[in-house]
Write a protein that binds this ligand. Structure first.
Ligand code: SAH
Length: 485
């Protein structure tokens, strides 16, 4: 019986530790806070129980007692429990209290430290919290306490006298009083201060000033939690060392309509570029029972026409040896990569991921017997063209694409996004069946000509079409469009 108290880092998913990802992937139950990186739970098992104990906005914050109750209940049940917290679990994260509680109940605890916001947010703003000749010590302080409270746990005169950098967690609203108390304690009003809002997230912002004016500057800039406040000479290094560039998609929202299972990689890349991503999966991939022909080795060509087809093919095969024999053609780079993930190097990959282009790429190749691994319903361009050349063609239907019901809330956010992206004709069909038309002014992005045709057939204008028909190509096209304004 072990409960893992795990730090998820300050916000940039790239700052999650290898150990945290490993534990998330194996957990039965994950109790998570509000302030964890986007996509932090993507690696969780499909059957893992994910419990949000940091609900704010819609619901009230889950009280600590309720979280404690859940920890004890799941911990005692002997399940693999991960308690996932923002930053480091033992830095203003109540991890110590939770560990004591679990121990007292006879439940083992393991702690996985995380990158704490008090170091990471300044670092992403170009501020080293210690620096030779400038700051030989650093103090982490809670700014949550009311500086005027008599029983305050923070010794303000001692803090003001502290010989080094002060890093305040929380306390955006109390900034004015904090600065006053420090000045009253002897810190010069001209002492540099930097406030880092949403540090390490794509929309990180830094506001600089001095103890005398930081409260007014922060208020003018509308700084909100979460933010870290750095007080000390090092705060001025922000001007010299700032390196974090705002993502080119900052301020734009992008709706992703592709199947949930595939959306996360696309979404993560959009988030890294600064976009706000609205996940509105309109489709789901449903595997079909299928078996490879026993005499596959007698075929001279096996065509795989989508990444989903490639993944299903690798599932249906026992291992790569089952696919030995025929030459293998992938419809495009994405499908080729999905095959490579199973150790299969395709023999033919046309530059453009459409059936017409695969037909062209196969023009020189003598083909007699062909197996096409694909979705149940698909365009017949490829089988028709191969049959016209005299080949005997069989279809191996490996999956079907079905509608995924969208909640009214997801639909509303999707229709409120600046961009709505489509990565397949079936996503177009099912999204529009659920949503009706995109909103006025919303830009419609398509991954390629087949998807664009599906959009136009439904009377829509395609504003952006990817030149390379892959998620990366789609992002490149979207970036170009956004840069044009
Ligand atoms: N255990 C966390 C801190 C939890 S207390 C850690 O080690 O980082 C919550 C406070 O942390 C917030 O009010 C804010 O002051 C700070 N914080 C957390 N994430 C932050 C971020 N990405 N940028 C700036 N401050 C952050």
């Amino acid at each position: 019986m072990t409960v893992f108290l795990v730090g998820a880092g300050p916000g940039d998913a790239g700052l999650m530790t290898a150990r945290s990802l490993e534990l998330i992937a194996s957990a039965d139950v994950i109790l998570y806070d509000r302030l964890i990186p986007d996509g932090a739970l993507d690696g969780a098992r499909d059957d893992a129980e994910l419990i949000d104990v940091g609900k704010v906005g819609g619901g009230a914050q889950v009280p600590q007692e309720a979280t404690n109750g859940l920890l004890l209940e799941h911990g005692a049940a002997g399940r693999a429990v991960v308690r996932l917290k923002g930053g480091d679990p033992f830095v203003f994260g109540r991890g110590g209290e939770e560990a004591q509680l679990l121990r007292a109940a006879g439940i083992d605890v393991e702690v996985v430290p995380g990158v704490t916001a008090g170091v990471a947010a300044p670092a992403y703003a170009g501020i080293p919290v210690t620096q030779r000749g400038m700051a030989a010590a650093v103090a982490f302080v809670t700014g949550h306490e009311d500086p005027d409270k008599d029983d305050s746990q923070v010794d303000w005169p001692a803090l003001a006298a502290f010989p080094g950098t002060l890093v305040f967690y929380m306390g955006v609203r109390k900034l004015g009083r904090i600065a006053e108390r420090l000045v009253a304690g002897g810190r010069p009003p001209s002492e540099p201060v930097a406030i880092v809002e949403r540090g390490t997230f794509a929309d990180q912002r830094t506001v600089s000033g001095t103890l005398a004016d930081i409260a007014a500057r922060a208020a003018a800039a509308g700084v909100r939690a979460p933010a870290i406040t750095v007080v000390g000479a090092v705060a001025a290094l922000h001007e010299e060392l700032a390196w974090f560039a705002a993502g080119p998609l900052l301020g734009l929202s992008v709706a992703v309509t592709r199947a949930r299972a595939q959306a996360s990689a696309l979404a993560a890349r959009l988030v890294a570029l600064g976009a706000h991503v609205v996940e509105a999966p309109a489709i789901r991939i449903e595997p079909l029972e299928a078996a490879l022909p026993a005499d596959l080795a007698a075929y001279d060509l096996l065509c795989v026409t989508s990444p989903n087809g490639a993944r299903r093919l690798l599932e249906v095969a026992r291992d790569a040896r089952d696919l030995a024999g025929p030459a293998i053609a992938a419809i495009g780079p994405g499908t080729a990569d999905a095959l490579r993930a199973g150790g299969i190097e395709p023999d033919v990959v046309p530059p453009r991921a459409v059936a017409e282009s695969l037909v062209e790429a196969l023009a020189e190749r003598p083909v007699r017997r062909v197996l096409i691994a694909r979705a149940e319903r698909a365009r017949d361009v490829l089988p028709d063209a191969l049959r016209a050349r005299g080949a005997e063609v069989e279809i191996l239907a490996l999956y079907r694409t079905v509608a995924e019901p969208l909640s009214p809330a997801a639909l509303e956010s999707a229709l409120g996004a600046d961009y709505v992206t489509f990565t397949s004709a079936s996503a177009v069909r099912f999204f529009l069946e659920a949503a009706g038309q995109p909103s006025e002014g919303q830009r419609v992005v398509s991954i390629g000509p087949i998807t664009s045709r599906a959009l136009r057939e439904r009377g829509l204008t395609v504003d952006v079409e990817a030149a390379e028909h892959t998620p990366d190509g789609l992002i490149a096209a979207l970036l170009e469009d956004a840069a044009r304004g």
